[in-house]
Design a protein. Structure first.
Length: 512
């Protein structure tokens, strides 16, 4: 069932962004948003046609050309040329869901009524979303201040019948894309081009969608850890709440509670309760501390991104009550750049410790009696030998990608814009780290499901059992060797879309 989101500019949530970007939920404007936009538009019209005072981007040039006056009769031409000049991104396009999220976020920012765009222009942007017109937006070219200029220019071009857009799998010129769904281009008026390109929406799109995936990944990490713990016949005592109350970091406490909950009613755990093993390896015993640290970092990212979803990041901003347009720096992407780099770090560490658990599962020197590489006919079969290689490759790539982009800057516009955030690079890196991490956790789940079955007829805890059964619904047990690429990808997709976590929670209740 397709949902609908009415934009106010003030109450967009992460789940709304996911719904529109991934599930194609419909979008509309509220009447209150239209009224605010009309009031702001009156201020812009006054500045454009009722005064000779210099107003950036309305009757002046852009960037270093800020002091160059533009005559009133060229006001509309100025906005048109702005979009054309800024649309010079290069490289492969952004993922479709990122473009859709950016369209939504730009519409929501304009709906706040601090940018001065006309209602008709924002409604066209929304109708493109609702009718499946997807602008073709190259992913390289933004330095993250003044916001995502080049990507947003590509996003805006189809609104004026230029650029390119995808409709029903066809890449069309902008005008043809609009015509294919019964829409007509708009003619930009004063400040509207600037209102469309000045903002942080591509960075925020990576943040919103990436954070949704990362939260699912954090729960999945606890599930995968519990599965590995059962297979390796590890101890549950490291997860007792009495331990974590002595170091009450929220993420650590929640992660430990999840693992303990997933182990409930475990016959495997009961069978080795009195064994002589004193301590488990760090990748098991310290999982709440590592997973929890990543969870706490996600809380910071959530605060930053959720705030950004409903922020005005235009320049100049229209202060209706004061009747003025104010040059400002809200477009600067540094808050998001930091958050996106933190996202990459948090997710990379979740994958890093998961790969160490995979190693313990497949290594006969560490696995406590499991068959080498989890195959019953080693030598003829290699079993899970190479999936561990793949996990090692992915976490090593993540270590490179986790190097922050946000500490870099390079001056642009002849020194006028002399500090930038590089937040777009942070977003692109975080997106790849997420994909890598989902695949590493998929490998742990596949290996864990294989390993725990060697302990039959003993059964794991209820939550672990639900996870194993879900994995088995996607990937049959590995007996004789077969290519596992598609198995890894399908489980990784189930992690990213939340269906794996949902299956487990259906059985044992909501995890923290």
């Amino acid at each position: 069932m397709i949902e609908s989101k009415a934009l106010t500019g003030d109450d967009l949530a992460l789940a709304d962004v996911w719904g529109v970007a991934v599930h194609h939920d419909r979008v509309s404007l509220t009447d209150a948003a239209r009224e605010r936009m009309r009031a702001a538009r009156e201020v812009v019209e006054s500045a454009a046609h009722g005064t000779k005072e210099h107003t950036y981007g309305v009757n002046t040039g852009f960037g270093r050309f800020v002091s160059r006056s533009i005559p009133e009769e060229l006001t509309e031409e100025l906005q048109l040329r702005l979009l054309r000049s800024h649309a010079c991104g290069v490289g492969e396009p952004y993922p479709n869901e990122i473009v859709r999220a950016a369209m939504l976020l730009r519409a929501n920012a304009l709906a706040k009524g601090y940018s001065g765009a006309r209602v008709v222009t924002v409604e066209l942007l929304i109708e493109c979303l609702n009718h499946g017109v997807l602008p073709h937006v190259p992913s390289r070219g933004s330095v993250g201040a003044s916001g995502d200029l080049a990507p947003l220019a590509h996003l805006a071009l189809p609104l004026i019948g230029e650029g390119e857009a995808w409709v029903d799998g066809r890449r069309l010129p902008g005008a043809a894309a609009l015509e294919a769904v019964g829409l007509e281009p708009v003619r930009l008026q004063a400040k509207e081009g600037l209102s469309l390109v000045n903002g942080t929406q591509f960075m925020a799109a990576f943040g919103a969608l990436g954070l949704m995936r990362a939260k699912r990944l954090a729960k999945t990490a606890d599930i995968a850890c519990a599965l590995s713990l059962e297979a390796l016949q590890g101890s549950r005592t490291s997860f007792l709440p009495q331990v974590h109350a002595l170091r009450p970091l929220r993420g650590q406490v929640d992660s430990a509670a999840n693992v303990l909950h997933l182990l409930e009613d475990s016959a495997i755990n009961e069978a080795h309760r009195w064994c002589d093993k004193v301590q488990d390896a760090y990748s098991l015993r310290c999982a709440p501390q590592v997973h929890g640290a990543s969870r706490d970092l996600l809380d910071y990212i959530d605060y930053t991104v959720s705030t950004e979803l409903n922020s005005a990041t235009d320049n100049p901003l229209v202060l209706v009550e004061d009747g003025m347009l104010v040059s400002n720096g809200n477009f600067h992407g540094q808050p998001l750049a930091f958050a996106l780099d933190a996202l990459a770090m948090a997710v990379a560490e979740i994958a890093d410790i998961a790969e160490r658990r995979v190693e313990r599962l497949v290594n006969p020197s560490l696995s406590g009696g499991l068959p080498a590489f989890l195959t019953g006919d080693g030598g003829l079969n290699s079993g899970f030998m190479i999936p561990q290689y793949v996990a090692a490759s992915l976490v090593s790539e993540n270590k490179v990608l986790a190097h922050p982009a946000s500490v870099d800057s390079i001056p642009t516009s002849a020194g006028q814009e002399d500090h930038v955030s590089m937040g777009n690079a942070s977003g692109l890196k975080a997106w790849q780290v997420l994909a890598n991490a989902e695949r590493v956790l998929a490998i742990e789940l596949l290996a864990g499901a294989q390993a725990v079955e060697f302990l039959a007829p003993l059964q794991p805890g209820a939550g672990v059992r639900a996870a194993r059964e879900f994995v088995r619904s996607l990937s049959p047990r590995l007996r004789d060797d077969r290519p596992l690429s598609s198995d890894i990808e399908v489980v990784a997709a189930a992690i990213g879309d939340g269906s794996l976590v949902e299956a487990v929670e259906t059985e044992v209740g909501e995890l923290r």
